[in-house]
Design a protein around this ligand. Structure first.
Ligand SMILES: [Zn+2]
Length: 132
C-alpha cells in the first residue's frame, strides 16, 4: 500500500515514530507544563524553549468527525473516518486522525478511543480505535 507520508523534521520525528515502541509522544512544555500539538521548538503558550516529547496515555474521545465516501486517493479504501480526537491528558489537546477498526456509521462524538499505530515505511501513523 502506498500512502502519502509526513515529512519528518527534528520537531515532529518523535510524534511520527513513537509508535515503533508503542508510544504516542506529544510535545510538552516544561515551563508551563502544558502539552501542545503540532510539535514545535517553542511553546505556543509561554514561549519557553524547554520543550520535549513525552508519552501520553493514547486515550481520548472523538471531538468531531466526518465520513469520507469519495475515493480521493486510490490507496485509501472508502468510506473512512477523519476525526479530531481530544486526548485525555488536557482539554483542547486535539489532532486530526482516522478512526479505524469499526463501521464508520457507528462513530459518534464523544466515543471513547485509544491509539493504534499504522506502520508505513519509517512512520507510525497514530490512528484510533474504539476503546472497549
Ligand atoms: Zn509553555
Amino acid at each position: 500500500m502506498q500512502r502519502k507520508l509526513p515529512l519528518l523534521t527534528p520537531e515532529n520525528r518523535a510524534f511520527w515514530q513513537g509508535g515503533e515502541h508503542g508510544q504516542l509522544l506529544i510535545a510538552r512544555c516544561h515551563g508551563c507544563g502544558k502539552y501542545f500539538h503540532p510539535p514545535a521548538p517553542v511553546c505556543p503558550r509561554c514561549t519557553s524553549t524547554d520543550v520535549s516529547p513525552e508519552p501520553v496515555s493514547g486515550r481520548g474521545a472523538v471531538f468531531s468527525f466526518t465520513i469520507n465516501r469519495q475515493a480521493w486517493l486510490p490507496e485509501l479504501s472508502e468510506p473512512y473516518v477523519v476525526a479530531i480526537v481530544e486526548l485525555d491528558e488536557q482539554p483542547g489537546l486535539r489532532f486530526v486522525t482516522n478512526v479505524v477498526g469499526m463501521p464508520p456509521d457507528e462513530v459518534e462524538i464523544g466515543l471513547r478511543v485509544r491509539v493504534v499505530f499504522l506502520n508505513c515505511e519509517d512512520v507510525w501513523l497514530p490512528q484510533f480505535e474504539r476503546d472497549v
